[in-house]
Design a protein around this ligand. Structure first.
Ligand code: ATP
Ligand code: MG
Length: 257
């Protein structure tokens, strides 16, 4: 007799409250996956979409710290109530595990991820943006398998224009394709830096389009971004150029889903 997987069914019901679902992946750490997830969510919210943001980063959840919303999440008989802030709904692994560096075993991480996907009580949303677990390990695969069941879902891959980052992203891309995930495109982050009127490319100028995936946008390296990010102000307190790049990425995502 086959036992019905009620967690999986509930996960599908909960993520289906969003009309569209966008996963943000990178393969490699520290390339700006969280910054892009948060910025995309905020820009879509700015243009009137109802947005949920789910932070599944098991190693360093960013949302509680960046939005100064530590431990506000409540568990009710409907599940976890996401934090409502600036017109968005936020849910982060950090709300469940707190900020202290608790060592989590593989099984614990997996069950926390399953719970967050299956038990977050989202409203009816236009978009659910998901900051995926880093890398291409078990946690990332677990999340992708649950989330790709959404009929209007896709993934954005974040890369630097460096050979190393692109080769790691290429591996992630192969894996995601094997999983049958809809690939929306690449975002190239830290593409260039403007220095005394000159363009400098600190991470190289490898061609992101060589991976055969559409490049949805380029974000320059801007020292002001770090500050805005830490204060929870991306993408608002950034240069007009960067804001326009985020808007382009958001409209490309809208067009493709
Ligand atoms: N375009 C940019 N210009 C300047 N700083 C940036 C830019 N993009 C990201 N950063 C900074 O780089 C750091 C890493 O970004 P972020 O945390 O988004 O990466 P990540 O891929 O989510 O990392 P992790 O793998 O640790 O989750 C942050 O301090 C962020 O402020
Ligand atoms: Mg991150």
């Amino acid at each position: 007799m086959e036992i019905p997987d009620v967690i999986q069914d509930e996960a599908f019901r909960r993520i289906s409250r969003a009309d569209k679902l966008v996963m943000v992946a990178s393969g490699k750490g520290g390339v700006g996956k969280s910054l892009i997830s948060i910025s995309l969510a905020a820009i879509l919210s700015d243009i009137g979409r109802k947005v949920g943001l789910l932070d599944l980063d098991v190693h360093g959840p960013s949302i509680p710290e960046l939005f100064r919303t530590d431990r506000l999440v409540r568990a009710t008989r409907f599940g976890f109530e996401p934090v409502r802030l600036n017109g968005m709904e936020l849910m982060s692994l950090g709300y469940l595990i707190g900020s202290s560096p608790v060592p989590l075993g593989g099984e614990e991480k997996s069950s926390l991820l399953r719970m967050m996907i299956a038990l977050t009580n989202w409203s009816e949303l236009d978009y659910l943006i998901v900051d995926l677990p880093p890398g291409t390990g078990d946690e990332m695969i677990l999340a992708v398998r649950a989330l790709k069941r959404h009929p209007r879902s896709g993934v954005i891959l974040v890369t630097l224009p460096s050979r190393l980052s692109l080769s790691v992203v290429e591996r992630a891309l192969t894996l995601l394709r094997d999983e049958g995930v809809n690939i929306l495109g690449l975002v190239e982050n830290m593409s260039y830096l403007k220095c005394d009127g000159r363009i400098v490319r600190p991470f190289g100028s490898s061609d992101s389009s060589s991976l055969g995936v559409d490049v949805l946008g380029n974000i320059p390296l801007d020292p002001k971004m770090e500050e805005a990010f830490i204060l929870g102000q991306v993408p608002h307190k950034v240069s007009e150029e960067i804001r326009r790049s985020f808007l382009t990425i958001a409209s490309e995502v809208e067009r493709r889903l």
